[in-house]
Design a protein around this ligand. Structure first.
Ligand code: B12
Ligand code: SF4
Length: 509
């Protein structure tokens, strides 16, 4: 699809006008909250600013607009970075929103999300204060019980519920997925809407966010992320630390299946991003595994046909990844700049076998051999691709000897990367158990103890730490049979030097 110069000019002009915040009486203002206000200043140049908005927000704003309503996304931390004197009150006075919707998708935003809505209700008592996203859904009841100033929570997928909420403010019992208040009581319409398809949505409507250019720039520079594009919803796997695992989504958002967008629609979005917004980096919001190789190869074929010049970040969700796929990937995107990500969980094959026996078919993330890993790394190296490997310290049933083996093997791979000139980096981030992840739901069975499981516990943790980078600020929220929280924090600190060292071949070779 080609865009005419006139169209580009009109859109750019419109963005400019919108950026002045001159759209009064907005139907919906989405606010992406800071992590909290306590560490707003110190977090502002770090990854812990969590500047990215949920990728679905662009589609929600666009859908509202196509339905005849006005919507805008305000990224609080971004506004604060751009202008330390930014006043939310002044902004709200200008746009005068009917609904303010805050995303509490990632639990890291718990304190910030709640504080923003408290502020909105205090100054604009007639504005409907709304929360949404995974974490808000998981803690919906507790949030509604604790915070009177929150009028409602859309649980799970939000497209149709949001449209109905605007249309039916007087009959809230007709809004699917909504938890709300009626005469001092909390009412739950429960989740009946689970999006059946995504092709009718547009995920590249970047202009809906205030200061979209700066948003792109900061996520690239501060967070080193390319632009995340939603290609699917759901996951077929059950990684135990993941709050979006298949089992977790069945419980939290009631999603049972994975839905994919058609390759054509994904490429439409990518074209829009490159041609209108001059962004040529894509982060695919769903990973490659044997069952999705063909799907991604279709996307790649279309990208080549359209002649798009791109770099891509692609997660590998399960090995093996075929040589054919990796060749196709490297033929499509800039090999120099693109990155393939893979979480090995644990470098020790003997531990992985033990864990696989314990957990069986529920989670097959541990069921791969060192030979498969080596083959994957060597193929990437032969193609010139960079790889980012993640590993965890403090897996269930891990003993001291498993842990030593995990660290030892990580160093061995690190050394081999230098010897074989592989552009591979390694990263172990202290595990933070996501709300509703299998380990959170079955902690006792897995020999774990999750600390601060309730929303109150999560809030306490949020305000306790500035979340500086490792090794200065490390904090896990659990203990295992064999390791206390303090021991896990210590071990996570211990490996940071090796992690940082591994980035040298990644960047230099
Ligand atoms: C792709 C992905 C990413 C991508 C893209 C993120 C993005 N921009 O959306 C990247 C790699 C960048 C990423 C980053 C992070 N991620 Co992530 N990510 C995922 C993954 C694999 C898929 C997410 C997905 O499919 N979203 C699609 C749908 C579900 O969301 P959506 O369309 O954006 O939003 C819909 C609803 O959530 C809701 N909604 C969202 N916001 C709002 C707001 C309102 C007002 C309303 C009404 C509704 C609403 O409506 C939308 C439309 O229906 C999930 C795992 C999984 N399988 O789900 C983890 C997951 C969501 N991520 C997770 C985490 C922890 C993170 C990070 C915090 C990690 C970190 N420590 O840095 C960061 C946060 C980045 C930031 N804020 O700057 C956790 C969240 C757990 C939790 N409850 O807190 C998950 C579940 C994985 C895990 N390990 O548990 N992530
Ligand atoms: S971490 Fe595992 S369960 Fe979660 S989205 Fe990725 S592959 Fe799926």
């Amino acid at each position: 699809m080609e865009y005419s110069r006139e169209l580009i000019a009109t859109i750019t002009e419109n963005y400019h006008t919108l950026e002045q915040g001159t759209m009064p009486n907005l139907d919906v203002l989405f606010i992406h909250p800071p992590r909290n206000f306590k560490y707003l200043r110190t977090n502002s140049k770090r990854r812990s600013s969590f500047l990215l908005v949920p990728m679905g927000l662009f589609a929600l704003a666009d859908l509202l607009e196509r339905e005849g309503y006005s919507a805008k996304i305000l990224n609080y931390s971004l506004e604060y970075m751009l202008d330390r004197k930014f006043s939310l009150l002044q902004y709200l006075k200008i746009v005068n929103p009917r609904i303010v919707g805050v995303d509490l998708h990632w639990i890291v935003h718990s304190a910030g999300a709640i504080e923003i809505l408290q502020f909105v209700k205090k100054h604009f008592p007639n504005t409907f204060t709304l929360l949404g996203g995974y974490s808000a859904t998981f803690y919906a009841k507790e949030i509604m019980q604790r915070y009177e100033f929150i009028d409602g929570i859309i649980q799970g997928d939000a497209e149709i519920p949001l449209i109905k909420l605007i249309k039916q403010r007087s009959t809230l019992d007709k809004v699917p997925n909504l938890m709300y208040r009626l005469d001092g009581e909390i009412k739950d319409n429960s989740i009946t809407y689970v999006a059946p398809e995504l092709d009718s949505l547009n995920f590249a409507k970047l202009h809906h966010i205030e200061h979209w250019k700066e948003y792109l720039e900061k996520i690239n520079k501060n967070l080193h992320y390319t632009f995340p594009i939603e290609v699917a919803r759901g996951c077929p796997f059950n990684c135990i630390f993941c709050g979006g695992a298949n089992y977790s989504q069945r419980c939290i958002t009631k999603r049972k299946n994975v839905i994919f967008r058609s390759p054509r629609r994904v490429v439409d979005d990518i074209q829009e991003l490159t041609r209108l917004f001059h962004s040529n980096g894509i982060f695919y919001g769903h990973g490659v595994y044997p069952a999705t190789e063909r799907y991604f190869m279709e996307i790649q074929k279309l990208i080549r046909e359209e002649g798009l010049d791109l770099q891509a970040d692609m997660e590998v969700w399960r090995l093996p990844v075929s040589k054919k796929f990796l060749q196709d990937f490297s033929k499509t995107y800039s090999v120099k700049k693109s990155v393939v990500w893979y979480s090995v969980r644990n470098f020790s094959e003997s531990y992985r076998k033990k864990m696989h026996q314990q957990i069986g078919a529920f989670d097959n993330a541990f069921s791969f051999s060192n030979d498969q890993l080596e083959a994957f790394l060597n193929t990437c190296q032969a193609l010139g691709l960079r790889v980012m490997l993640f590993y965890d310290l403090g897996n269930p049933y891990e003993t001291m000897s498993d842990m030593i083996m995990n660290i030892f093997k990580s160093h061995k791979i690190n050394a081999m990367n230098w010897i074989l000139k592989r552009r591979v980096a390694m990263m172990s981030e202290p595990v933070h158990m996501s709300p509703g992840c299998p380990a959170d739901l079955f902690d006792k069975k897995l020999g774990l103890q999750i600390l601060g499981k309730t929303l109150a516990g999560r809030l306490e943790w949020n305000l306790k730490t500035p979340m500086n980078a490792s090794p200065w600020d490390v904090s896990v929220n659990y203990r295992t049979q064999n390791f206390s929280k303090t021991a896990l924090n210590f071990l996570n600190r211990l490996v940071w030097m090796g992690n940082y060292f591994s980035f040298l071949p990644f960047f230099l070779l």
